[in-house]
Design a protein around this ligand. Sequence first.
Ligand SMILES: *Cc1c(COP(=O)(O)O)cnc(C)c1O
Length: 404
Amino acid sequence: MVDDMLRTPGAVRDAERWTAHNYHPLPVVISSAEGAWLTDVDGRRYLDFLAGYSALNFGHRHPTLIAAAHAQLDRLTLTSRAFIHDQFADFCRELAELCGKDMVLPMNTGAEAVETGIKVARKWGYQVKGVPAGQANIVVAEGNFHGRTTTIVSFSTDEDARADFGPYTPGFTVVPYGDLDALTAAIDENTVAVLLEPIQGEQGVVVPPEGYLPGVRAVCTERNVLFIADEIQSGLGRTGATFACDHEGVTPDMYLLGKALGGGIVPVSAVVANADVLGVLKPGQHGSTFGGNPLACAVAVEVVRMLATGEFQRRSAELGARLHARLRELIGKGLVAVRGRGLWAGLDIDPALMTGREACERLAERGVLAKDTHGSTIRLAPPLVVTEEEIDHAVTQLAAILTA
Ligand SMILES: *Cc1c(COP(=O)(O)O)cnc(C)c1O
């Protein structure tokens, strides 16, 4: 096919012309997808090794989830929280049970779940812990990614994410990630919460040292501070367990969930905690027009049921072991380091070879879509329905671009 017959170049130009440039997408224009595969407007197929930053843990258009969405579309889509609908209680109960907690507060996006967690922790601090008015502080980690709202970027350490968006929300103390002594030293009598990703995805799939998360749990318990785990990207099967915290036997006081909870169909996020924490909210103090809507609940309850079988977590653990073994073979052959757990990997490419962006462009030319994070780091997060053969295929393409 000659180039000027392709639809992609024009579609890329139109997308650039008519949108704010807050993203720098790869020049592919997707028109359909199924499972782990994407098809572009020119009929080319790609293996999806980003999976919507883990929003597509169950792959594109999983039949069970699509059926649930279709059925719900034909019955009821939105009520607002002013009324109760018949999908609400099941979703909240089953998600609470999956998390081993008392109750759920549904929202839409991940950033909203983080904002909700911050508000709940502050109110808990004033009403339960007895922190003096306006004095609550929350300890967070360097290299964090919790979303894009003004409060959340206030404690980002990524200058691109933060610069020129001030004045910033006060009340956050930033400490190095993985350093328990620094975290312990930052906690004072007005600390209401420690907010962490159990694995830092955006930072390049950074796994903290063994013992860190149990240490954080212990110090939070000892100092009467809430441990908030942002499992928006790491949770719901991605790491080979339901939650990344599970690998170290840690139970946080609050789970923040999002991304995969919506089954790749609708934005669904949630805060999950016990009644002594989430119970501080009373009518009128927090809310969302779309949070917990019937369509969202109908899809998300199926996501919870799929996770309750353990099948996806097992797949992620087993296939993840293969992915990591294959990737480790490339260390010294173009890769400098490989990190991660389950079907989640952060790769540092030898910066002398290419940037992460260049690596992703070359992978795209070979039919594999992935995303760079910083510098020469790229992140792989295939859907959990990916097969062994597809993993091998993707790693073969990676090896090819590294040695080309
Ligand atoms: C993606 C992400 C968020 C923000 O979620 P949005 O739905 O994009 O607002 C928050 N925390 C973590 C760890 C994430 O990966």
